[in-house]
Design a protein around this ligand. Structure first.
Ligand SMILES: CC(C)(COP(=O)(O)OP(=O)(O)OC[C@H]1O[C@@H](n2cnc3c(N)ncnc32)[C@H](O)[C@@H]1OP(=O)(O)O)[C@@H](O)C(=O)NCCC(=O)NCCS
Length: 159
C-alpha cells in the first residue's frame, strides 16, 4: 500500500460533487460493461439512498451509497433495520491507498448510528477478499449483473 492520503468523507453537496460522484460510479461500475450513462443511477433504491464522496485535496476520488431497510416480523419488537451497501467505486489512480476501506467504515458507522444492526451487499467476485478484510462474510450467491457479472451476497453484523 502507498502512503495513505488524507481522505475527507462527506455527502456530495455542490453540483460539481454530484457530477464527479456519478461519473465515478458510471466509469467504474457501468461503462466497463457497455452500459449507457445514467445506468449508474437507475436502481429503484437510488432516490432513497444516502451518498458519500471521498476527496483528496478537494478532488473526488471515491464514491459509495447505501440504503436502509427494515426486515419485517410479525412481532414489531423483532423488526430489524439493515443497510444495503451499493456502488462503491474508487478512482483507479487512487486505488490501494485505503480509500475503499475508509468509505466502507464510514458507511458502516453512519448505518449503525441510524439504528442498523446489519450490513448487506452483493459483492463482485473479485472484491470478496476486500470485503472480507472489512469483516464481511459470504452468505451465498448474489445477483448476476448484465448477464455476466457474478456477485456474492455478503453480510456484516453491526452490533
Ligand atoms: C474495490 C475497491 C472499492 C477497493 O478500493 P481501494 O481503495 O483500492 O481499497 P483499499 O485500498 O481501501 O483496500 C483495503 C485493503 O483491501 C485490499 N484490497 C483492495 N482491493 C482488493 C481486492 N479486490 N481483493 C482483495 N483485497 C483487496 C488492499 O490491499 C487493502 O489491504 P490491507 O488492509 O492489507 O492493506 C476498488 O478497487 C474499486 O473501486 N473497484 C472497481 C469498482 C468495484 O468493483 N466496486 C465494488 C463493487 S462490489
Amino acid at each position: 500500500m502507498s502512503t495513505a492520503p488524507s481522505v475527507e468523507l462527506a455527502e456530495p453537496k455542490s453540483e460539481q460533487d454530484w457530477a464527479d460522484y456519478y461519473r465515478l460510479r458510471y466509469e467504474r461500475l457501468r461503462k466497463p460493461h457497455g452500459q449507457p450513462p445514467g445506468s449508474e443511477r437507475d436502481d429503484p433504491a437510488e432516490p432513497s439512498s444516502l451518498h458519500v464522496v471521498a476527496k483528496v485535496d478537494g478532488r473526488v476520488v471515491g464514491a459509495g451509497c447505501w440504503v436502509l431497510g427494515v426486515r419485517s416480523a410479525s412481532d414489531p419488537s423483532a423488526r430489524r433495520i439493515f443497510a444495503r451497501f451499493r456502488q462503491m467505486a474508487v478512482d483507479p489512480d487512487f486505488e490501494r491507498r485505503g480509500i475503499g476501506r475508509a468509505i466502507t467504515r464510514h458507511v458502516e458507522e453512519r448505518s449503525r448510528a441510524l439504528g442498523a444492526v446489519e450490513m448487506v451487499g452483493n459483492v463482485r467476485a473479485e472484491n470478496v477478499g476486500f470485503m472480507r478484510k472489512q469483516g464481511w462474510v459470504e452468505q451465498g450467491e448474489g445477483i448476476t449483473l448484465f448477464g455476466t457479472v457474478e456477485s456474492i451476497a455478503m453480510v456484516k453484523g453491526l452490533t
